[in-house]
Design a protein around this ligand. Structure first.
Ligand code: NAD
Ligand code: IPM
Ligand code: MN
Length: 354
């Protein structure tokens, strides 16, 4: 039997509530499958930890995590600690430190999920976002000069390396080929005359190796408009770090909401652990009430099972979420139900193990 060691960083706000349900579901799956087992180790890192210890995680945090097969993360960030400190020193430190350069975010309208777009159905909204996750606008490079003086200047650099662009674009081409889907690159070369011209050039260069993949290209402003007006035109989508962040929240909005939006931070070479976390944040407005929707985190746990090679379970989890949406049973308030976070997780366990 294969044994996996999973590091759990529940984090802040609704993080512990939703990740608790994801772990519950994974434990139930382990109990019913004799191919593998999982051991979960919790790391109490986050904003509370920062307020006590002056750091988001210990200095050797990455070294501690490097021994695990994967990381499950709830959410990071809470009022009282500036976001640029909490996120940069925990979430982004892990993504960058472990070279998790692929952020894979499905934008898929499941049957029964609410959709604010008139006349759109499940066949229309089914995309996979591949967001660059290790550099770009999130490189963290810049300077703050002449602080608090009249000539104060801030510089925030975007970093687009040939290696960084090629590998994420290649990953997207491979996925599009494997899935038999079109590939859309989203960029903005009309205004960003270095970074995005370079991105477009690399998209074309790498594309020469994939003549069988149908490609499209959109400027990010038009892409956001088409995601609302004509989402069917998107299959696999590849884009930069910042654009991918924004477009996948829009993706969540058209496919059932933040409570259903899953994502995986992958180091495809498996040199470092990959990290599985829903797209949403710590939702301070509903934290501590046991009403957050845990389905996004549970779907994310399914992505982890996919990554380990148990795609049967990944599929079963998505099918079970769909079953809950269709039957409207044990749904949380964001989906129009009155179930608690815990009841929603319990129902998922019941369906998966029946
Ligand atoms: P958010 O995603 O936390 O919340 C946006 C809205 O969606 C809120 O109304 C919230 O109640 C709702 N929502 C989110 N997840 C939900 C769920 N599972 N069930 C039901 N409703 C849900 O975004 P925000 O308010 O902009 O950010 C709050 C904090 O989280 C900030 O500190 C931000 O920096 C951080 N953040 C962290 C991550 C992460 O850890 N991956 C992602 C995004 C934001
Ligand atoms: C996300 C979040 C993060 C991001 C923030 C919290 C740094 O919004 O995972 O989508 O922008 O990557
Ligand atoms: Mn985001």
């Amino acid at each position: 039997m294969k044994k996996y060691n999973i590091a759990v960083i529940a984090g802040d706000g609704i993080g512990p509530e939703v990740i608790g349900e994801a772990v519950k579901v994974l434990k139930a799956i382990c109990a019913s499958d004799d191919r593998f087992d999982m051991c979960f180790t919790e790391f109490p890192w986050g904003c509370e930890y920062y307020l006590k210890n002056g750091e988001m995680m210990p200095e050797n945090g990455l070294e501690l995590l490097s021994k695990y097969d994967a990381i499950l993360l709830g959410a990071v960030g809470y009022p009282g600690v500036p976001d640029h400190i909490s996120l940069r020193n925990l979430l982004l430190k892990i993504r960058h430190g472990f070279d998790q350069y692929i952020n894979l975010r499905p934008v898929r309208l499941l049957k029964g999920a609410p959709c604010p777009l008139a006349g759109k159905s499940c066949e229309d909204i089914d995309m996979i976002f591949i967001r660059e996750n290790s550099e770009g606008e999130y490189s963290g490079s810049g300077a703050w000069l002449y602080k608090d003086q009249p000539n104060e200047v801030v510089i925030q650099n975007s970093v687009f390396s040939r290696k960084g662009c090629e590998r994420v674009i290649r990953y997207a081409y491979e996925l599009a080929r494997k899935e038999g889907r079109s590939l859309t690159s989203v960029s903005k070369a009309n205004a960003l005359n270095y970074s995005m011209v370079f991105w477009d050039q690399i998209f074309e260069e790498v594309g020469r190796e994939y003549p069988d993949v149908e490609t499209r290209h959109l400027l990010v402003d038009a892409a956001s408009m088409f995601m609302v007006r004509d989402p069917k035109r998107f299959g696999v989508v590849v884009t930069s770090n910042l654009f991918g962040d924004i477009l996948t929240d829009l993706g969540a909005a058209i496919s059932g909401g933040m409570g259903l939006a899953a994502g995986a931070n992958l180091n495809p070479e498996r040199r470092y652990p990959s990290m599985f976390e829903a797209i949403h944040g710590s939702a301070p407005d509903i934290a501590g009430q046991n009403i957050a929707n845990p389905l996004a985190s549970i779907w994310t746990a399914g992505q982890m099972l996919d990554f380990f090679g148990y795609e049967d379970w990944g599929t079963k989890i998505v099918d079970s979420i769909e079953q809950m949406l269709v039957s409207k049973k044990a749904l949380t308030p964001d989906l129009g139900g009155s179930a608690s976070t815990t009841e929603c997780g319990d129902e998922m366990v019941r369906i998966l193990t029946q």
